[in-house]
Design a protein around this ligand. Sequence first.
Ligand code: HEM
Length: 422
Amino acid sequence: MPSTAFEPARAAQIARDFDLRDLNADFYQDPFRYYRALREHEPVKRLPDGSYFLTRYRDIQAVYRDAATFRSDKTVEFKPKYGDAPLYQHHTTSLVFNDPPRHTRVRKILSGALTVRAIAAMEPGLVQLVESLLSGLDARAERGETVDLIAHYAAAIPLEIIGNLLGVPHAERAPLRDWSLAILGALEPSLSPAQLALGNQAVTDFLSYLRDLVARRRAQPGDPDTDILTRLILAEPGTAGETEPLSEAELLHNCIFILNAGHETTTNLIGNALVALSDWPDQKARLRADPALAASAIEECLRFDSSNQLGNRMAVVDTEIGGVAIAAGNSITLCIGAANRDPEQFPDPDRLDLGRDPNRHLAFGLGIHQCAGMTLARLEGRIALTHFLRRFPDYVLTGAPQRGQRARFRGFVGIPCGVRGR
Ligand code: HEM
């Protein structure tokens, strides 16, 4: 739904009272009016816990670009949240929460496995998968059953693709999505003991599964040109001799990370895009009339309703952001969702414009940690959207789509849909 602004006096008060750990119930429906209030009144907002929350594009871009001042390592920050529990070991070993030199070394090995060539080779299998899921939706509709665009479509695509990427046998994939949701759910700003326990159990179970999978792959390696897990296992020191292979812990935790990073984010890209097109029928008609717009449409959907809304850094020296002094040791939340609606960067930012150009959105972050899976995410999004529209051009939502109550990972948990129209 289009975002509606708060009236000015209320907006100033919203900005003053904003607390990421204590969000109003209506935040999840439309966070963009909160972001706007903050951007206009307190763009570098000090939160009650002493951390900072950024909502201006230029400030967030500057932080992403300065990896020496703003670090990603979470060994200090996550200690009070997780103690020594499995979630702590997992997150502090993941590529995304490390700084150079470890980050540089692990990223080199990982991106060597996620090459454009390896991703392009996945396209025929992806098209086949999407077409068979679409036939499944059609069959459901024929039988008069409800179609849920998340459970029956958007979630099924990355589950299969990421499973293929690491060569997880089909019969063993069932628990992957729940593990992933539990581990990522434990990154929310505010956590219940039950969420924490679920996240820790998921790391333990995931590790034990992967240990077994890696042992089997070591015994029977796949083709390193197409099998990414084999490639990660075999990762050799680089020619300059600077790259050590992954340790066992780095291998296992980064496999968990890839499986997680590629699941919910991509599910939400597809779900958010299908809802956005339904909310903006003129744009849906535009894409139907001009399928060549597909790549640009995906970029606009990524900007408009980013599936990852928040990023984090820590200042390691005294510095300033947007004229506000920030002392070393302060945590900073980068609100990607707000940057992507900043009118200084995007004219008429609350309008979905599938032909928007330029569109330098921050949905994949920026700088040394920019998403290593974005080629794959873009491919999945484009194929999922274009094939769906071709098969079901008149789809209508048959009930209100249900938002997941998460601030960081923004998406729907269910989207009831009539694929053949009313
Ligand atoms: C729409 C889908 C996706 C979105 C919105 C997304 C978003 C992001 C963002 C914002 C970051 C940067 C985090 C930071 O700087 O703190 C990131 C990092 C990363 N993503 Fe994605 N991602 C998506 C899909 C994927 C997929 C499909 C994969 C893997 C196959 C993947 C793998 C990674 C990896 C490995 C990193 C860490 C890079 C590093 O730290 O150097 N992502 N992603």
